[in-house]
Ligand binder design. Structure first.
Ligand SMILES: Nc1nc2c(ncn2[C@@H]2O[C@H](COP(=O)(O)OP(=O)(O)OP(=O)(O)O)[C@@H](O)[C@H]2O)c(=O)[nH]1
Ligand SMILES: [Mg+2]
Length: 675
């Protein structure tokens, strides 16, 4: 049996969960098709998902198509839950990107497709809801070619579009227009194929065309497009065959043991269950596993916290097979398994041999944050524990503790996520919480170059260390890069690490309290007092440098350099598309101006008016709230994070959560109290 780990991705409400249900039914796994609207589907199994009719967490189900076991991962489409999708991407062999035939290509569809392409994940497109009034086919294909990828081919045609009887007829060898389009697409991407085709068109058999299509789809160069309806079942068989024929199964490899944890949940007794996709090797019950890494690395956590990976025993495991998971004694390369017994495991961890991760984030980071406040101050401790537990299993929850004010910040993608956190805390932990006002997360970028140095043994440096650092601006989107301009051997490795880790930590709060990014930090000077030699008998801390000297001095030097460089605060901007009734545009435009949006020239589309433009992320929620009143409830707003842009006007300052090394005296007092 081959295994295919398949993700279903789309914008919200496109029909992913309904399609999952259909695929399970077509494969004979379930007898009755559940409905999202009744809260009876296999993958929307959380109480909150059933109540709200939306997917919040990714869920795995499996079914067989011929000799292929498909592990299907149904993902949430709401942009507030994008971090769930992010975790899943790293474990996929292929994807089906669903597009609604009625709503068409949305901003979120573009974000997802771009990411699938960047990661070279083989992707089929499924145009859903062809049974609904207003469904499109030809026009939508053009929009897909224009907005998603030109390398597409419709795998058939639709009849009775927009009615309950809508059906999908797959094209075959006899359809000359189809084979011509197929040949044209394939020749575009592959010179060898082009040569063969140009040499003798008739010599290229239909079988070869299909084989080549599978090969190019497998390399994420071509994207076959299927049409259908998750509700009536139209086109689902063709999609099923397409999945088996066109998407590549997992490559199975022998040793070493290596896997990625993409989901963590708690069982009925509170026990932790880790979902792992195995890339190579085999894990057996009672194996002692090494795991850890991903999350700490992402956050730039200090080395000491990630150096020794945990080793714990797998007490039980199950593997996905024909629907749900079943108890087994081992899980092997290519498969998805659930592991019990790993108490310290976190979402995003690697198991066994750490995997090379293809970059940290595939999507824009959350741009909002808020302070979570317990209803009763006495519950602050319990809240901290609860949120930390949620964060272990939920990649959406990123916590920041404010040690000065005893406050807990969570970063957010949006208001819906906030409601979900609130409901989960109430249901699972019995904690009532409120949120402070939601604020935008800005970033700081250096304006110029700054440098500072403090020498070992030279006042006013109270630490046994020499550290010199230079800060320079780097190209947008490159994050922070750390370089050495001193000989690597000049400083013991442990001290070098201490400096680099501290640089990363310190940059989480720049001159105005925001994360400093897109910069290069170079170590220009280093020095230390060596450990006292044997003749002195004992190690004398007052004469020999320790890691703490470097950790304490680095923030002082770095903030000095940063102050010289200067930073500019940038706020997150969204790109938006707004469709409103033409006669309301006169009231909509002034409102956009008030919200600091910058619209481009509106375009007329029949009775409606289309406006595109940029808007600060901070104002999107307000616009969304105003929209129904401004447009008689007809306005449709789509927006997605686009970039960071310098703040105009008053610079927002984020309250510091650490002891401010900008204030030298206060900082030194704090350090002294700590030792
Ligand atoms: N008419 C019609 N309705 C559909 C079809 N597919 C889904 N729906 C309806 O669209 C709504 C959303 O369907 P879901 O399956 O929950 O969509 P989803 O993509 O899983 O949504 P999220 O997971 O919340 O992003 C539900 O009311 C479905 O009944 C379809 O093919 N035709
Ligand atoms: Mg869903």
């Amino acid at each position: 049996m081959r295994t295919l780990n398949l993700g279903i991705l789309a914008h919200v409400d496109a029909g992913k969960t309904s399609l999952t249900e259909r695929l399970l039914h077509a494969a004979g796994v379930i007898d009755e098709i559940g409905s999202v609207d009744d809260g009876s589907t296999q993958t929307d199994s959380l109480a909150l998902e059933r109540q709200r009719g939306i997917t919040i967490k990714s869920a795995v189900v499996s079914f067989a198509i011929g000799d292929v076991t498909v592990n299907l991962i149904d993902t949430p489409g709401h942009p507030d839950f994008i971090a769930e999708v992010e975790r899943v991407l790293s474990v996929l062999d292929g994807a089906v990107l669903v597009i609604s035939a009625v709503e068409g290509v949305q901003a979120q569809t573009r974000v997802l497709m771009r990411t699938l392409q960047r990661l070279r994940i083989p992707t089929l497109l499924f145009v859903n809801k062809i049974d609904r009034r207003g469904a499109q086919d030809e026009g939508l294909l053009r929009a897909i070619a224009e907005k998603l990828s030109p390398a597409i081919v419709a795998m058939g045609s639709v009849r009775d579009l927009g009615t309950r009887d809508a059906a999908f007829a797959p094209s075959g060898a006899a359809d000359a227009a189809f084979t011509a389009r197929l040949a044209e697409l394939l020749a575009d991407q592959d010179d060898a194929f082009l040569a063969a085709y140009v040499h003798d068109e008739t010599a290229v058999s239909y079988r070869r065309l299909r084989g080549e299509l599978a090969a190019q789809t497998g390399r994420a160069l071509a994207h076959p497009v299927f049409f259908g309806s998750a509700i009536t079942g139209a086109g689902v068989d063709a999609l099923t065959s397409g999945i088996a024929e066109l998407l590549p199964a997992a490559a199975s490899q022998g040793d070493p043991v290596s896997g990625t944890v993409f989901k963590v949940e708690r069982g009925p007794a509170g026990e932790k269950i880790a979902y792992v996709r195995m890339f190579s090797g085999t894990v057996r019950v009672r194996d002692r596993l090494r795991f850890g890494g991903a999350r700490d690395k992402e956050r730039g956590a200090p080395d000491k916290e990630r150096e020794a990976p945990d080793k714990e025993k797998v007490t039980a495991l199950s593997v996905f097979d024909q629907g749900a998971d079943v108890r087994r004694s081992s899980v092997t390369a290519g498969q998805i398994g659930k592991l019990w017994g790993l108490a310290d495991i976190q979402i995003g961890d690697s198991i066994g041999e750490p995997r090379q991760s293809p970059g940290r984030h595939h999507f824009a980071p959350p741009t909002l944050e808020t302070v979570v406040v317990p209803a009763s101050p006495a519950e602050l401790g319990a809240l901290r524990v609860a949120l930390a537990q949620l964060a272990e299993q939920d990649p959406l929850i990123d916590l920041r503790q404010d040690d000065l004010r005893q406050e807990i910040y969570v970063s957010l993608y949006g208001e819906v996520q906030k409601e979900v956190i609130q409901a989960t805390l109430a249901a699972d932990f019995g904690l009532k919480v409120a949120f402070r006002e939601t604020t935008t997360i800005c970033v700081e970028r250096p304006i110029g170059t700054g440098a500072a140095v403090e020498f070992n043994g030279k006042a006013p440096n109270p630490f046994l260390a020499t550290v010199g650092l230079r800060v320079e601006p780097a190209p947008t989107g490159t994050g922070m890069r750390y370089r050495l301009a001193v000989s690597p051997g000049a400083l013991p490795l442990a001290f070098q690490r201490a400096v680099e880790d501290t640089v990363r930590e310190t940059l989480s709060q720049g001159l105005h309290g925001w994360q400093v990014t897109d910069c290069t930090v170079t170590m220009t000077h280093s020095g230390y007092s060596p450990r006292q030699s044997h003749s002195h008998a004992v190690f004398d801390k007052s004469m020999s440098s320790t890691g703490a000297d470097f950790r304490n001095l680095t923030p002082l030097v770095l903030m000095n350099a940063l102050r010289q460089a200067g930073t500019r605060v940038h706020e997150p901007m969204h790109r938006f598309t707004l469709e409103v009734p033409a006669d309301t545009i006169g009231t909509v435009l002034p409102e956009l101006a008030r919200l600091r949006a910058v619209p481009r020239t509106p375009a007329m589309r029949g009775a409606s008016c289309l406006v595109e433009g940029d808007i600060p992320a901070a104002r999107v929620h307000e616009l969304r709230q105003q929209l129904p009143a401004l447009t008689r409830g007809e306005g449709v707003l789509e927006s997605a994070f686009d970039r960071y842009q310098p703040v105009s006007g008053a610079v927002p300052v984020r309250p510091r959560t650490d002891h401010n090394p900008l204030d030298r005296k206060e900082y030194l007092l704090h350090v002294m109290r700590r030792v």
